[in-house]
Design a protein around this ligand. Structure first.
Ligand code: ES4
Ligand code: ZN
Length: 319
């Protein structure tokens, strides 16, 4: 039995497996620039974040209808459940869909349809986090937040993703202020390829409660001390870091040093269809390559629930 865990860093578009991509392409009459799933998989040899993002956004062309989004999310939830995931906080990238003519409502209602059946079908509770694309203008993010207002009953929080370097958190100050005013929880990718200073900005300027990745915080001992003191959770994604060349090999991943420093670490899958594994696969890989013991794996699993928005939300609703 896999250890029960929560998945806190998961892009739903990154769960699009080649087989489903081709099935949806056929259904929707979309032509893919790959002959078959083998050829597509062969393209998953990334050199950095951008080389992945190019393929990731391209393949989204197959997602068109509410049913497509529901099928994508349901397939993910089934796989996650099989790997011990009991709770999933799921990112989606609305701008990647609205920009190609798929309405916000199609995306949110499609995902929502799968999520509302998830506890019953898969034993997985869920939350939805809407991410802004940081390589698009802040005005586009603000417009996206306004477009999402009719659907906020389905959305727990906002995040920030896509190409990090050159797009610092401060670019989105106003958007995050507006999101906070709407009662949304706040997270952001920071310190994946970008510097530790972006993690500081995400905390100070955007008011994030959790940092997605935070891989590079170890370069700033003062920041580490603060993150430990304030118990700010980090959602690390070890297999993603290897595939996107943020670390050379898994055996050199800083996770054990980060845990030893007292940071509140969690282990997640990011874009599992592209990076070679779901949440359980990431746990298995760090256990093997980083020599983590049972107590450390239990700590990671415990952290995943403590760092989730699950209990706070339920407490708030009860009040
Ligand atoms: C992402 Cl690994 C990663 N980093 C930043 N943005 C993303 N969107 C999807 N996966
Ligand atoms: Zn991510």
């Amino acid at each position: 039995m896999p250890i029960p865990k929560a998945e806190l860093h998961l892009h739903i578009e990154g769960t699009l497996e080649p087989e489903l991509a081709f099935a949806l392409a056929a259904r929707n009459g979309v032509e893919l620039p790959f002959a078959d799933t083998g050829e597509l998989r062969a393209a998953y040899a990334f050199t950095d974040l951008q080389s992945f993002l190019d393929l990731y956004y391209g393949l989204m062309a197959v997602l068109r209808t509410e049913e497509d989004f529901a099928e994508l999310a349901d397939a993910y939830l089934a796989r996650a459940a099989a790997q011990g995931v009991r709770h999933a906080e799921i990112f989606f990238d609305p701008q990647a869909h609205t920009a190609r003519g798929v309405p916000m409502g199609t995306v949110v209602e499609g995902l929502g349809r799968a999520l509302e059946r998830s506890e019953e079908r898969h034993g997985v509770s869920t939350r939805l986090i809407m991410c802004f694309l940081r390589d698009e203008p802040a005005e586009s993010a603000l417009a996206t937040l306004r477009e999402a207002e009719p659907y906020l009953h389905r959305i727990t929080g906002v995040g920030l993703d896509s190409a990090e370097v050159g797009n610092p958190p401060s670019k989105f100050r106003e958007v995050y202020e507006a999101a906070a005013a709407l009662g949304l929880r706040r997270v952001a990718h920071a310190g994946e390829e970008g510097p530790a200073a972006y993690v500081r900005e995400a905390l100070d300027v955007l008011g994030v409660e959790r940092v997605d990745h935070g891989l590079r915080v170890m370069e700033d001992p003062g920041l580490v001390e603060r993150l430990v003191r304030e118990r700010v959770p980090l959602t690390l994604c070890p297999l993603s870091n290897v595939r996107l060349r943020a670390v050379d090999v898994l055996a050199e991943h800083p996770l054990p040093r980060m845990m030893a420093a007292g940071l509140m670490c969690t282990v997640n899958s990011d874009d599992p269809a592209y990076f070679g594994g779901y949440a359980g696969d990431n746990f298995t890989a760090v256990r093997r390559e980083l020599d983590l013991g049972d107590e450390q794996l239990r700590e990671l699993a415990r952290n995943s629930f403590l760092a989730s928005f699950l209990e706070d939300d339920e407490e708030r609703r009860a009040r």
